[in-house]
Design a protein around this ligand. Structure first.
Ligand code: PLP
Length: 395
């Protein structure tokens, strides 16, 4: 049998510490490794597989479109990307869409759009204010946008025009705003940076500040969008509307896609400003259209809310049982469990051994981002495994 993990060491660029398992198949909330061992998957392709692995609605759309028309470029009209754009606009507060291939591309587009707006409407303002511990992607510009010094250091000098300020601090945003500012860019909940929830009223205060200054509010909903938090988009929970919103992870049901959405007043790209060879690809857009339609028609966000609340309750029970759990936080099916020491890797490996995939969020925290179609039964199973693992560690 080929040792795939050995091939990784030999041929692949070593940029992350992979979990030592080679996955070959998935169905719903389950995956199987090369030896046939089955796992309950509470990572879900990193918050991507909102309908689980290989949902027939998604695979059906992919197969049908792959047999029909696979790639044309954006120089031609194609049906799936226009169906998807209409569905996104009709179900959100935004008016226009541009489809790319990843979260990074959507956010890069958002920053370009905000700079274009600055040039046309704000006397050339170009600075974007972001928050510490945010994560917006790994291009050079978005590395600068992400408020994580450890991401910056290996790649300096970085593009200028990004101001990282303290998170959850409206005074810091106000202090950083100058006549060079064109936008504030936030995740409704900081996901990669620790599942950090906004403090009460913060997003509303930012919205009001942006309005008072005539600058744009960009919401990076790459992870929080498509039902993850219990509503179709995260902004719906906080009583605000963004001027620009980005989506990616859950949107394609497992296929790589990113979407940039804007209100009419902010959709200021003109001819030649933006394009993408693979953007609007018919196969990924067919998958995304089928996924989004299923998510909406079957109230998948409602399920994420209901099951997420049940899950949170069970995890809070574990927190009572194990004093070394210092925090359980999240919303919908984006949940982190934090420990008082750096045991996350151990927990991930022990859960793997017992048939559960969980994500190491930080050295001292794990994250659950399961498919949004799970029920209480899968939660009970996952919590049972975690309980056993934590009992072993506490001994
Ligand atoms: C994952 C993520 C990104 C980057 O998306 P990629 O598809 O990996 O480029 C950007 N923003 C947020 C909030 C994310 O969670």
């Amino acid at each position: 049998m080929t040792d795939w993990q050995e091939l990784d060491k030999q041929y692949y660029m070593q940029t992350i510490v992979r979990v030592p398992v080679t996955l070959v198949r998935g169905k719903g909330a389950r995956v199987w490794d090369e030896k046939g061992k089955k796992y309950l998957d509470f990572v879900g392709g990193l918050a991507v597989n909102c309908l689980g692995h290989c949902h027939p609605v998604v695979t059906g759309a992919v197969k049908k479109q792959a047999d029909t028309l696979m790639q044309t470029s954006l120089w031609y009209y194609t049906v799936p990307m226009l169906q998807l754009a209409e569905l996104l606009v009709k179900n959100s507060c935004l008016d226009r869409v541009f489809i790319g291939n990843s979260g990074l591309e959507a956010n890069e587009g958002a920053v370009k759009l905000a700079r274009r707006y600055g040039k046309l409407k704000l006397n050339g303002a170009y600075e974007v204010i972001t928050t510490m511990a945010s994560f917006h992607g790994r291009s050079l510009a978005l590395t600068a946008a992400s408020g994580q010094p450890k991401m910056h250091e290996p790649f300096t000098p970085l593009p200028v025009g990004f101001i990282n300020v303290a998170n959850n601090d409206i005074a810091a945003i106000k202090a950083a705003t100058t006549d060079k500012t064109c936008a504030v860019m936030l995740e409704p909940i900081q996901a990669e940076g620790g599942v950090n929830l906004p403090v009460e009223g913060f997003l509303k205060e930012v919205r009001e500040w942006c309005d008072s200054k005539g600058i744009l509010l960009i919401l990076d909903e790459v992870q929080t969008g498509i039902g993850r938090l219990g509503t179709l988009f995260g902004y719906m929970q906080y009583g605000i509307e963004p001027d620009i919103m980005t989506l990616a992870k859950g949107l394609g049901g497992g296929m790589p896609i990113g979407a940039l959405l804007a209100k009419e007043k902010a959709a200021v790209f003109t001819l030649g400003d933006h394009n993408s060879t693979f953007g609007g690809n018919p196969v990924t857009c067919a998958a995304a259209y089928a996924t989004l339609k299923y998510v909406i028609d079957n109230n998948i966000p409602g399920n994420a809310k209901k099951v997420g609340e049940y899950f949170m309750g069970k995890l809070l029970d574990l927190k009572k049982k194990y004093p070394f759990i210092t925090d359980v936080r999240g919303r919908g099916l984006l949940i982190a469990v934090q420990f008082n020491s750096e045991i996350a890797q151990q927990v991930v490996l022990d859960c793997l051994d017992k048939g559960l995939l969980v994500n190491k969020l930080m050295p001292n925290a794990i994250r659950f981002i399961p498919p949004l179609i799970i029920g209480n039964q899968e939660v009970d199973e996952a919590v049972g495994i975690l309980d056993g693992v934590l009992a072993g560690i506490s001994r």
